[in-house]
Design a protein around this ligand. Structure first.
Ligand code: PEP
Ligand code: MN
Length: 342
């Protein structure tokens, strides 16, 4: 349920509504817009009756949120959410490129990739230290050692870092080193992990599971949001298709579908979606043309030698070319390309 306050409602009146919500044993979430404040009352809907709030001072209207996701919906927060991640912005009018290797393999490898992506215009550095691999015999990542490398190299190149947290037991550890916690596609509906990540106090990049609907993705985001963490980016990374020519099937329509109902930034990962490096730049450009708030791309200094996802990682040259092609498209669709401080 949302409680829309009158445009001149006093802070004490907002607090009065918050207290009423909390007295009912529910959670109150406040969204302050340019003109008015909206308060979300979230919890057991059977406890919620509009008349509990309608008579309170400063209240204009009380409305149920019809969608199953509440805090993620534009009913709760009409304008695009813009996240501040280090000195950079994500969401709203901004376009953010997040890039780096699939996995952190060594300090030299990450540094080489980081310099390439920063110099070409990425504003966040990605790299996995805990890798979700199909086979237990494949490279699993460097773990904490990888996180230390990521933190060091991120600071060196001046980019905030994004890395996956695979397990509830490692949330605290990953949050100690990384700027953004990535929840991978396989864990999109690991609800305990989502709750834990929501409490970690760091921005979150939540990837869509290849078998999940966009509504299920938003319900998963809701688990993070309801912990009071409104700094969530959603990531489309391909769904399970029937064509073996690509690794997954990039669902670009998901971008405007989600943006129509949700205020959070929507990022597209053309690397995992296609699985082939020659398909990554065209799909990155298409994502930007289609209104994505960012792209999330794997770049390796020498992809032939990569310990994971070699066929889809861009070479430094290919990434530079892609960035040059992306800039005019961003401009054409009115997105402001975020630039690193070099
Ligand atoms: C990744 O981005 O490192 C990754 C493993 O992606 P996904 O969870 O989308 O498969
Ligand atoms: Mn990968």
């Amino acid at each position: 349920m949302i409680i829309v306050m009158q445009s001149r409602a006093a802070e004490a009146q907002v607090e009065g509504v918050v207290h009423r919500i909390e007295d009912l044993g529910l959670k109150a979430h406040i969204s302050r817009g340019e003109f008015r404040t909206i308060i979300g009352a979230i919890g057991d809907e059977t406890l919620l009756k509009p008349e509990f709030f309608a008579g309170l001072a400063g209240v204009e209207t009380v409305m149920p949120i019809m969608k199953p996701y509440k805090l993620a919906s534009r009913d709760f927060h009409a304008d695009d959410t813009v996240l501040e991640i280090g000195p950079f912005k994500a969401g709203g009018p901004y376009l953010s490129v997040i890039a780096g290797p699939c996995a952190i393999e060594s300090e030299e490898q990450l540094r080489a990739s980081a310099r390439v992506v920063r110099d070409a215009g990425a504003v966040m550095l990605r790299g996995g230290a805990f890798k979700p691999r199909t086979s237990p015999y494949s490279f699993q990542g460097l773990g904490e050692e990888g996180l230390k490398i990521l933190q060091g190299v991120g600071a060196e190149v001046g980019l905030p870092t994004v890395t996956e947290v695979l397990d509830v037991r490692e949330v605290e550890l990953v949050a100690r080193y990384a700027d953004v916690l990535q929840v991978g596609a396989r864990n999109m509906q690991n609800f305990r992990l989502l709750t834990e990540v929501g409490q970690a106090g760091k921005p979150v990049l939540l990837k869509r599971n290849p078998a999940a609907t966009t509504e299920e993705l938003l319900m998963s985001a809701e688990y993070v949001l309801t912990e009071g963490n409104l700094r969530v980016m959603l990531c489309e990374r391909g769904v399970r298709g029937f064509d073996t020519a690509t690794r997954y099937m990039l669902d670009l329509a998901a971008v405007p579908v989600i943006q129509g109902v949700c205020h959070l930034p929507v990022i597209v990962d053309p690397s995992h979606a296609t699985g082939h490096r020659e398909l990554v730049p065209p799909m990155a450009l298409a994502a930007v043309a289609g209104g994505a708030h960012g792209v999330f791309v794997e770049v390796h200094p020498d992809p032939e030698k990569a310990l994971s996802d070699g066929p889809q990682q861009l070479t430094p040259d290919a990434f530079r070319r892609m960035m040059a092609e992306l800039a005019p498209i961003a401009e054409a669709v009115g997105r402001e390309l975020q630039k690193p401080n070099t």
